[in-house]
Design a protein around this ligand. Structure first.
Ligand code: ZN
Length: 170
């Protein structure tokens, strides 16, 4: 479980490894609580200022309660003006909705552990219209930085996401 989470590769900065490891632990705790194992940690300097896991399944189905959006909302009000100095560490490549939220709120950087081949939006960076691209490319995007740990977790997210969708509609 969380205590067995390994350390990201040696070429990942120690602070990045620490924040991403914390995000993985939050994601695994969410999974134990019945939600999808996706989490985001927002850091300002050496300090975590917000952390959240996806809550799309519990306490009730909700399509918008993704980890990144909940973490952005959890930043203490006095720190919000410093968003450009913050980095969001995600276990999974942000989806289009979260990509939009992170860009619109002008976060400084995003680091993600696993690529999402099905719904990840960072891969769209080269294809954005010019007016959106300038805003999106002002964010520092980095990832996937920890696939050996985050890929298996991401696989469980995708498998369960589609299963939950089809179960709820039948
Ligand atoms: Zn999302």
């Amino acid at each position: 479980m969380a205590s067995t989470v390994s350390t990201p590769a040696a070429d990942v900065a120690p602070t990045t490894a620490r924040f991403l490891r914390h995000a993985v632990e939050v994601a695994l705790a969410a999974e134990r609580g019945g939600n999808l194992p996706v989490a985001a940690v927002i850091a300002l300097g050496d300090e975590i200022v917000a952390a959240a896991a996806a809550r799309t399944l519990r306490p009730a189905a909700h399509p918008g309660r993704h980890a990144e959006v909940l973490a952005l909302a959890a930043i203490p009000d006095p720190l919000v003006p410093r968003l450009a100095e913050m980095t969001c560490y995600c276990t999974l490549e942000p989806c289009l909705m979260c990509f939009g939220a992170l860009v619109l709120h002008r976060i400084g950087g995003v680091v993600f552990g696993a690529r999402d081949p099905r719904g990840g939006a960072v891969a769209l960076l080269p294809y954005l219209a010019a007016d959106v691209a300038a805003e999106a490319r002002a964010v520092r995007w980095q990832g996937p930085v920890w696939p050996e740990v985050c890929d298996p977790i991401a696989a469980r997210v995708l498998a369960r996401y589609w299963t939950a969708r089809y179960k709820s509609s039948s």
